[in-house]
Design a protein around this ligand. Structure first.
Ligand SMILES: *Cc1c(COP(=O)(O)O)cnc(C)c1O
Length: 223
């Protein structure tokens, strides 16, 4: 196991100059790889699986900002509510209600990004324009969450123009919902872009990228 140190340093510097937050996606990677990036200065890490996140959080330095970027099931919110920094993939109002409930129990306000369905593939989760509008309107009653922005994933395809148009659409929605802001809705973060498409995402206005394999190498799923 080894991290791509040079790739990391260059990317971190480049993104920092552009005021873009780099979330290092460490799913399936061992704690020592995370620690290696931590020692180079990285603090934002993203995980997809609740149990894996809980295990790693217990082992690793307490000033790491843990991002949950996977598909979160309502019945698992309670395991991460005490420490999670940002939940990226919130794709239903029901899930928001549960996060709010668990955040209240933990005496916290949890920041969340609404996941927007931008890919034409049917398997991707997320809100459409109209659903975003409804969810944002209903938010005011949820005092222990704050919607801080949107997250989206483009189609998994070699057609880069398609990827670009999907990111463009997400940026359009981001701009559309930016104002007016309310006590628990401040749309400021646009989480889009992964190893294969972050350059396009950045060109289209992303201010948070989620990058795994470029930093940690390809993932090997055993089991
Ligand atoms: C795994 C994952 C990433 C990182 O993917 P890479 O291609 O390894 O950069 C980003 N976002 C989400 C939601 C992921 O599940």
């Amino acid at each position: 196991m080894a991290i791509n140190k040079d790739a990391y340093l260059q990317l971190a510097e480049d993104l920092k100059n552009k005021n873009i937050t780099l979330v290092a996606v460490s799913k399936t990677k061992p704690a020592e790889d995370i620690l290696a990036l931590y020692e180079l200065g990285q603090r934002d890490f993203g995980e997809n699986y609740v149990q894996e996140l809980v295990d790693k959080q217990a082992l690793l330095p307490p000033d790491i900002r843990w991002h949950f970027i996977g598909h979160l099931q309502s019945n698992k919110v309670k395991y991460i509510a005490g420490f999670v920094h940002l939940v990226h993939g919130v794709d239903s109002y029901k899930l928001l209600v549960e996060i709010n409930k668990q955040a209240a129990k933990a005496n916290r306000i949890i920041d969340c990004l609404l996941q927007v369905h931008i890919a034409q593939e049917e398997t991707k989760f997320g809100f459409n324009d109209e659903e975003l509008n409804d969810a944002i309107k209903q938010l005011l009653q949820l005092n222990n969450i704050c919607i801080t922005g949107f997250m989206g994933m483009a189609s998994f395809t070699d057609d880069l123009e398609k990827v670009r148009s999907e990111f463009k659409y997400l940026k359009y929605l981001f701009d559309k919902y930016k104002q007016p802001q309310t006590a628990n809705c401040k749309i400021e973060t646009l989480s889009m872009g992964m190893s294969s498409d972050y350059k396009i995402a950045v060109e289209e206005g992303s201010n948070m990228v989620r990058i795994g394999s470029l930093l940690f190498g390809e993932r090997v799923y055993n089991k």
